[in-house]
Design a protein around this ligand. Structure first.
Ligand SMILES: [Zn+2]
Length: 467
């Protein structure tokens, strides 16, 4: 036997810790791991001496917009941004046009994703809403990894992207959760209190307070944690497994922690921007730093780290939400007119590795791998195909060096919406990703992704959950 690829001399993440080992890859899978050196020939050898080797990142929260709003990003462009940042599998959330609330729409999205010939593996969420609850159990049979919903009506002007994706009142939430519970899959919920938010926005507008600095106060912490508390209660009553996404406040995390301690099965996601940035970014970058929930105060940021370290937070997603600069620039006149979302699929893993290397927050590299690679694969039932380095698993690897530095530069971003990727621009990281390997093929080397030249165009494949 001859291996297709060997990664040798690296510090490899195996069973929760780093050990010196060589990895042999054959037919897209990890064939063997050896601590004593490989004695099998390989077509290609990567020397990872002095470098770390971890499972490819699994991003639990991305929006690719394709089809419907492919001007913002496609399964091709955004896949390049993903692998540039060490993510080899993305879980796509259904804000698209239309959202995939039934088999037909989902099949079409699968078709579009395939036609775009991207370089990242992808799995789908399906939309769950009050409009078509009868579709929930049907679409669950199509290999999706979870459901997603929003707890408000479609934002003005974006109605096409929210069809079948909202549970707009408590009755719809209850019925929708009952249906999702039947499937045994998770329900990811955007958790913000729309009544409060609409009230604040109306008041600020009446007072002429429409500058970027009013975005955060229009969605204060209470607008998140009251809804999280309610959703936990509804989930407990219906037996639905919640995926509390992009949680930004300590109080919401505390509610989730207490529910877990009571034995309720639920998952908690946060994003790098809630851990690393504060509301000051809105002053610097205006609508380019507008996301929902909003960035918080420094105190809040300090407080949520506790829940990252104690195991309450299960995974870190990017909430990659590309928009064109011209859409964001509507916020120059009135911040409430700008759509909410940031570009971040490319920096999720590097930023978290950097935190571990810097060591200021007490997070270890091992915990970063759990949060960004392993836990997502387990929670969304694509493990051990994804999220782990062991024989038989897909050969998805990231090789990085903590002795090299890397400066984030929006111009080098592969996202179609790179012009809004300013919030981390110029930040120097104490790590550099050297390789991203997807099912045995190098899809990124030294930050460069060139599918045409590398012959990797279309290498990205649909991933279905385990049954
Ligand atoms: Zn999102």
């Amino acid at each position: 036997m001859k291996l297709d690829l060997a990664v040798v001399n690296g510090k490899v993440f195996i069973n929760g810790r780093f050990i010196n080992a060589d990895i042999g890859i054959k037919d897209e899978k990890i064939e063997l791991i050896s601590e004593n050196g490989l004695d099998i020939e390989a077509d290609k050898v990567i020397d990872a001496e002095g470098k770390y080797v971890i499972p490819g990142g699994v991003d639990t929260h991305v929006h690719f917009r394709d089809p419907g709003h492919s001007e913002r990003g496609t399964f091709y462009t955004e896949s390049m941004a993903a692998v540039a940042g060490g993510t080899t599998t993305i879980l796509e959330h259904p804000i698209s046009s239309p959202p995939q609330y039934n088999k037909e729409i989902l099949d079409n999205r699968k078709k579009v994703a395939k036609e775009r010939q991207g370089v990242v593996d992808y799995a789908f969420f399906a939309a769950a809403g009050g409009q078509y609850p009868e579709e929930i159990t049907k679409v669950a049979k199509e290999g999706i990894v979870a459901f997603k919903t929003f707890l408000h009506e479609a934002p003005e002007g974006r109605e096409d992207e929210f069809v079948g994706l909202t549970m707009a009142n408590d009755y719809e939430i209850y019925i929708g959760m009952q249906e999702v519970a039947k499937t045994g899959l998770m329900l990811a919920s955007h958790a913000e209190n729309n009544d409060l938010i609409q009230g604040f926005i109306k008041k600020f507008r009446q007072e002429g307070k429409v500058g970027a600095e009013y975005h955060c106060p229009s969605r204060p912490p209470i607008s998140e944690y009251t809804t999280v508390q309610k959703m936990i209660t509804f989930a407990e009553a219906t037996g639905c497994i919640l995926d509390l996404v992009h949680i930004s406040t300590a109080k919401a995390m505390q509610y989730a922690k207490e529910a877990k301690e009571r034995g309720q099965k639920l998952y908690l996601e946060t994003c790098p921007h809630y851990l690393l940035l504060t509301e000051e970014e809105l002053i610097k970058h205006g609508a380019y730093a507008k996301c929902n929930p909003p960035l918080r105060t420094k105190e809040e940021v300090d407080n949520i780290w506790k829940y990252v370290l104690d195991g309450t937070v299960d995974f870190i997603g990017s909430d990659h939400g590309p928009f064109l600069a011209e859409e964001k620039d509507k916020g120059l006149k009135d911040i409430f007119l700008a759509p909410a979302g940031t570009v971040g699929i490319d920096v999720r893993l590097p930023l978290m590795i950097n935190e571990a290397v810097e060591g200021k927050r007490g997070i270890t590299l091992e915990r970063v791998v759990e949060l960004c690679c392993e836990n997502p694969a387990k929670a969304f039932n694509i493990y051990p195909k994804k999220g782990v380095i062991q024989p038989g698993s897909d050969a998805d690897l990231v090789i990085f060096d903590t002795n090299e530095k890397y400066v984030i530069d929006w111009r080098k971003n592969y996202s179609k919406s790179k012009e809004i990727a300013k919030i981390y621009d110029g930040k120097e990281l104490n790590c550099k990703l050297n390789y991203t390997i997807l099912r045995g093929k190098v899809v990124m080397k030294d930050g460069l992704v060139d599918p045409e030249k590398d012959g990797t165009k279309g290498w990205g494949k649909l991933v279905l959950r385990n049954n």
